[in-house]
Write a protein that binds this ligand. Structure first.
Ligand SMILES: [Zn+2]
Length: 155
């Protein structure tokens, strides 16, 4: 059973519904800024700082050129909110300047380039994570689930 750790600070779940430090990577799922039905799987490896971003269907992210895309930046920002900069920097062995550092500082401290990453595995971890969430009884839309009806459950 996965333990759901409350974030150090409140996070915007609709933007980055899933972030974790696992399998030697900072990895997670980031909503598309423009298309509500699309999500990106973004990851940064602790070893070598290789990063990648693709859709959950394994299409490469168009924003990924010679530098981390906006999804990776959003992932880094949310990881700092979720875990605190010290823990994220330690996990990634990234050399940042202390507790006042941000996700942008983290991205700037990365030394790696683009490299392949198992998006499907990360996405399935996200789906498993959703099933572990203890969702409060509510009639409000749940931001972490809002795209699933439209995509017809991408399992
Ligand atoms: Zn991207």
């Amino acid at each position: 059973m996965a333990r759901v750790v409350p974030p150090a600070r409140p996070r915007k779940l609709a933007k980055v519904p899933f972030v974790e430090l696992a399998e030697g990577r900072l990895q997670g799922v980031v909503s598309s800024g423009s298309d509500i039905d699309r999500v990106y799987v973004s990851s940064i490896a602790a070893a070598g700082h290789g990063y990648n971003c693709s859709t959950n269907n394994n299409r490469p992210c168009g924003g990924l050129g010679g530098a981390p895309c906006k999804h990776l930046r959003a992932l880094a920002d949310e990881a700092v909110l979720q875990y605190g900069i010290e823990r994220v920097a330690r996990y990634l062995r990234a050399d940042v300047d202390g507790a006042a550092s941000t996700g942008a500082d983290l991205i700037a401290a990365l030394s790696g380039g683009r490299e392949p990453a198992p998006a499907a595995i990360v996405f399935s971890r996200f789906l498993r994570h959703l099933t572990y969430l203890e969702l409060p009884v509510t009639t409000e839309p749940i931001p972490e689930l809002h795209w699933f009806p439209a995509t017809g459950a991408a399992r």
